[in-house]
Structures are given as C-alpha cells and as structure tokens.
Design a protein around this ligand. Structure first.
Ligand code: HEC
Length: 218
C-alpha cells in the first residue's frame, strides 16, 4: 500500500513538473549513441574510400578510420560548431561525402549529432542488441551491409567494382564465397570492411546463418 501511494505521488509530481507527455514510457531517455557500433561504421563506410580520409591517403590530413582522427572534427557537446557535422549538412559549400558518393541519410546525421552532444565518447562493446536467431535478408542481413559496407559498395561506381546495393547485386558474392571470406578475414580474400575492424562475431553469425539457410531474398 505504501509503495502504491509512493508511486502515485511520484507520478503526480512528474506530471506536475514535466506535463503528461513526458511521463509516458516512450519518453524515457534513449540509450547513449555507441561509438564503436553506430558512429565508427558510418565513418569507415562513407569517408575512408580510396582517395579519401583513410590512413593511407589522409586527404586534407584527415584519417577518419579511428576515434582519434574523427575527434579532430569534433567540439565535444556542440554539434553545431563541429566540422564533422557541418560538412554533412553544408548549405553553402560542398557536402561530404562529395559526388559520386551519396550524402549521409538523415538518420545517420542525427546519430552523429547526438553522439557529439553526448560528449563524443569512445564507447566500446555496446550498441543495439544482436540476435542470431533471426537471419532474414531484409530485416537482419541487409541493415548490416548498409551500415558497414554500402558507403563504399552502394554507390555508383562502387569501390572495387563490387556493388552490394541490392539482393541481386549481393548474391554472386555469396555464391563465390567472397562475401563470407572477406568479412571473416579469411586468407585469399580482401578483409572487409576495408579500413575498418572486423564486424562483431554476432553479425558474422547472422550473415553465415542466412547463407546456410539458402541465402534467400526473404
Ligand atoms: C572503405 C571502403 C570499403 C568498405 C567500408 C567495404 N569495402 Fe569491400 N571492397 C572495397 C574495395 C576498394 C574492394 C576491392 C579490393 C580491395 O581493394 O581490397 C573491396 C572488395 C570487396 C569484396 C571482394 C573481395 C575479394 O577478395 O574478392 C567483397 C566481397 C567486399 N568488398 C565486401 C564488403 C563487405 C561485405 C563490406 C562490409 C562488411 C565491405 N566490403 C566494406 C572497399 C570497401
């Protein structure tokens, strides 16, 4: 009874202070953006293509394949004055990544802005939960490829002449073994994502399960 009374008083206090909307469950704070699983893959896939901001070419002195390099464009806590953000939305100058690459999606830009606002921390071993029991192409496999690979392999012309933009594009690389070989860093294949670290074992397991189940367009 005491607990019930306490809960009700807290709820009333919350409504009084924040209004009804903010006291609903969906307004609980979101989990902080995970650098390793959410920000780094966007950077590696969209900024470190050949001739761009990788550790070899270092265009404009920038290597965006690691935390230290990325941080150089960041004013922690203030995305509006962070070059890493302003070049993505530049209204007057050139937007990054430049043509023929596609601009980042609104969702990706928001993730980067939120990460900067949250202090641009090097958070490792985090990110959305990964579940290996589901391995369908559209819901589970393609989102991984979009995030980690398609800054390079989704554009026209794709890096290395290899397009992974659609199911039909991806299937031949399943069939010749190079998709799995490259993400598992097996010898005989170029390790992928190029310039990045291996994707998590859980994500590799999802792709492997999908292939074992027949690599269907499901
Ligand atoms: C930064 C750009 C970049 C990213 C990110 C990237 N690739 Fe690649 N990929 C390349 C380039 C360039 C090549 C051509 C071979 C080379 O230069 O190593 C290539 C080659 C490949 C090949 C052929 C490999 C072989 O040995 O025959 C496959 C398959 C592939 N990529 C899949 C992927 C997958 C899957 C991902 C995401 C997990 C990915 N790539 C991420 C740039 C990239």
């Amino acid at each position: 009874m005491k607990i019930l009374k306490l809960t009700i008083s807290i709820l009333i206090a919350c409504i009084a202070i924040f209004g009804l909307q903010n006291c609903k469950k969906e307004h609980y704070p979101e989990a902080p953006v995970c650098f390793q699983e959410e920000v780094l893959p966007i950077m590696v896939s969209n900024c470190t293509q050949s001739g761009c901001h990788n550790s070899f070419d270092k265009t404009k002195g920038l290597d965006l394949s690691n935390y230290e390099g990325i941080l150089r464009g960041v004013k922690k806590g203030n995305y509006h004055s962070s070059e890493l953000y302003t070049v993505l939305v530049n209204e007057f100058g050139d937007i990054m990544p430049p043509k023929p690459y596609s601009p980042l999606s609104d969702e990706q830009i928001k993730t980067i802005a939120r990460w900067i606002d949250e202090g641009a921390k090097d958070i490792q071993g985090c990110g959305p939960a990964c579940d290996t029991t589901q391995a369908n192409f559209a819901a589970n496999v393609f989102p991984i490829i979009e995030t980690f690979c398609n800054g390079c392999h989704g554009t026209k012309p794709p890096q290395g002449g290899i397009s992974l933009a659609t199911y039909a594009d991806i299937k031949p690389f399943v069939n010749n073994g190079s998709l799995l070989g490259s993400i598992k860093f097996e010898s005989g294949y170029s390790p992928m994502p190029k310039n990045g670290s291996k994707i998590s074992q859980c994500k590799i397991d999802i792709i492997e399960k999908w292939i074992k189940d027949g690599a269907q367009n499901n």
